[in-house]
Write a protein that binds this ligand. Structure first.
Ligand code: PLP
Length: 182
């Protein structure tokens, strides 16, 4: 039996939590800034923004790219329910495109078909079980179809795509994803 999750909290983690509780700054503060900075470094990203949980992160990301009431977002049916929930929480409608049976991640061709069939506004890709979705193809689809592309990396901390870390660029517009040059 392989556990789906095996979180380990030792004395160091417990002491760190106790320090924050004792500081009285439990909603935000220097520890959050430090976490954001270290997590950004870990992901080789320019910035990181801490949120209370993964659903809040997805809602924030969708909102940040302007997805909301009346929009349609293509995503995978094979994910944790939070992926589709986040779409609903911003007022948009999730539409499911099937997965690639080899990777269990969103199939880019089927995502393109779903974008066209439903006149969708965005694609929400999920990197399931630590395996990144086919971001080159999905970015091409998003570019060509003129839709937003958001990534659910809740199961992919530290995952690499195409050998390099996959980092969303800060460039506004439908295609905001580039590969970091190494
Ligand atoms: C694929 C995926 N997306 C999003 C989430 C976010 O969930 P939560 O809001 O429970 O942190 C999870 C949590 O397991 C997940 O597996």
């Amino acid at each position: 039996m392989i556990d789906i999750a095996d979180p380990r909290f030792g004395e160091a983690e417990q002491a760190a939590v106790a320090d924050v509780l004792e500081s009285g700054m439990v909603a935000d503060g220097p520890v959050v800034r430090q976490f954001e900075s270290e997590f950004a470094d870990y992901c080789e990203a320019d910035h990181a923004v801490a949120t209370a949980n993964g659903t809040a992160a997805l809602v924030t990301a969708l909102d940040a790219v302007g997805i909301g009431d009346g929009d349609t977002v293509v995503t995978t049916p094979f994910s944790f329910v939070a992926s589709a929930n986040a779409i609903r929480l911003v007022g948009a409608e999730p539409v499911f495109a099937d997965i690639d049976p080899e990777t269990y991640n969103l199939d880019p061709d089927l995502a393109r078909a779903a974008v066209r069939d439903h006149d969708a506004d965005a694609i929400l890709a999920v990197h399931l079980y630590g395996l990144p979705a086919d971001m080159s193809e999905l970015a091409a689809v998003a570019d060509e179809e003129g839709v937003r592309l958001v990534e659910d990396a809740a199961q992919a901390h530290g995952a690499h795509y195409d050998v390099r870390p996959w980092v969303p660029s800060a460039t506004p517009g439908p295609s905001r994803f580039t590969r970091r040059r190494t």
